[in-house]
Design a protein around this ligand. Structure first.
Ligand code: PMV
Length: 323
């Protein structure tokens, strides 16, 4: 009753921001993302009658441990068992890097725990289960470029792959602007954005945004794709800023980097930016421009670290257990 899974984090081009049902984590809109090749979480889960109590290894706060155990309870209930659990987890990227560790974390936990519990779930069911742990984790189960449907019921809010990782050789160059813990949790942002006077306008435009991004993806039109992804991220930050209370994740270096990106574009370099709920900037470019973009970022002296990602695989089982 032991299993290990490796899961990627993902970057959304059409963002999940705002929930229509908080406890079921049903998003107000569909979202579209790419799995990241080099931002991975490995998790080993074991259920055993020999364990005297539940044991969660790793650098988690008490509230994070509670959330992990709630998810384990969902899986125990599903499998109809009550055995204690041991969980160990490792990330290939720093937790405070502004990469969604909850997406890769809950995707790896879902796949490892459901296998260890003897459940044999289809990919679609795994995305639904992962979503209950952390919304964006649903998009870390399928491979490559992934769409997550909002859905009216829990079963209907699932994610699936639109294209495999090999479909398009693009890059997400992650620039870690600050390693400090962010001041506002993403779950508070999901709640706050609904108070922005611009939120209804954002929602009204989401269908068109998704349609346009899907079209650019289908045509592999990088400039249209990058521009739409950048506008979508800024749109999300605009509703965050105009929420009550305001939610501001950008730092001075975030803005500085954005202005450099806009300047580089004017000089003919096709690079675009997207941001999640944090100050970290994700630079989108084509494989041919990877070195140039990375060199330019390094020469600015902005950011502590840069992490280069390609489109990645989805969550998979591994035989290399952590214990
Ligand atoms: O899955 P959550 O609750 O951590 O929310 C993710 C929110 C964003 O990263 C800002 C957008 C997204 O779709 O990944």
């Amino acid at each position: 009753m032991k299993a290990t899974a490796i899961a990627p984090s993902n970057i959304a081009f059409v963002k999940f921001m705002g929930k229509k049902d908080e406890s079921l984590r049903l998003p107000t809109n569909d979202s579209l993302s790419m799995c990241l090749s080099d931002a991975l979480t490995t998790t080993t889960v074991e259920f055993s009658e020999k364990l005297p109590e539940d044991d969660i290894d790793g650098t988690f706060s008490e509230s994070e441990k509670k959330r992990i155990l709630q998810h384990i309870d969902r899986i125990r209930k599903h499998a109809g068992m009550t055995l204690h659990v041991r969980v160990a987890t490792r990330n290939t990227f720093p937790k405070s890097a502004g990469i969604a560790s909850s997406a890769s974390g809950f995707a790896a936990l879902t796949v490892a725990a459901s296998h260890a519990a003897g459940l044999s779930l289809q990919e679609q069911e795994l995305t639904v289960l992962a979503r209950l742990g952390s919304g964006s984790a649903a998009r870390s189960i399928p491979e490559g470029f992934v769409l997550w449907k909002t859905g009216e019921t829990t079963e209907k809010s699932f994610a699936y792959s639109l294209y495999p990782p090999s479909y398009w050789d693009i890059r997400d160059i992650v620039v870690v602007v600050s390693k400090k813990e962010k001041p506002i949790a993403t779950s508070d942002a999901h709640r706050a954005v609904r108070t922005s006077p611009f939120f209804p306008t954002r929602l009204a435009g989401m269908k068109k945004t998704l349609e346009n991004i899907q079209k650019a993806l289908e045509k592999k039109d990088f400039d249209a794709f990058g521009l739409l992804a950048e506008q979508e991220a800024l749109n999300m930050h605009a509703v965050m800023l105009t929420a009550m209370p305001p939610v501001c994740y950008m730092l001075p270096d975030t803005i500085a980097l954005l202005t450099h990106v806009w300047r580089w574009r004017k000089t003919g370099l096709p690079v675009y930016a997207t941001l999640d709920a944090g100050p970290t900037v994700h630079l989108l470019c084509q494989a041919k421009d990877e070195k140039d973009v990375a060199l330019r970022v390094r020469s600015l002296g902005i950011g502590n670290d840069i992490l280069i990602n390609k489109p990645g695989s989805g969550t998979r089982l591994s035989q290399e257990h952590l214990f």
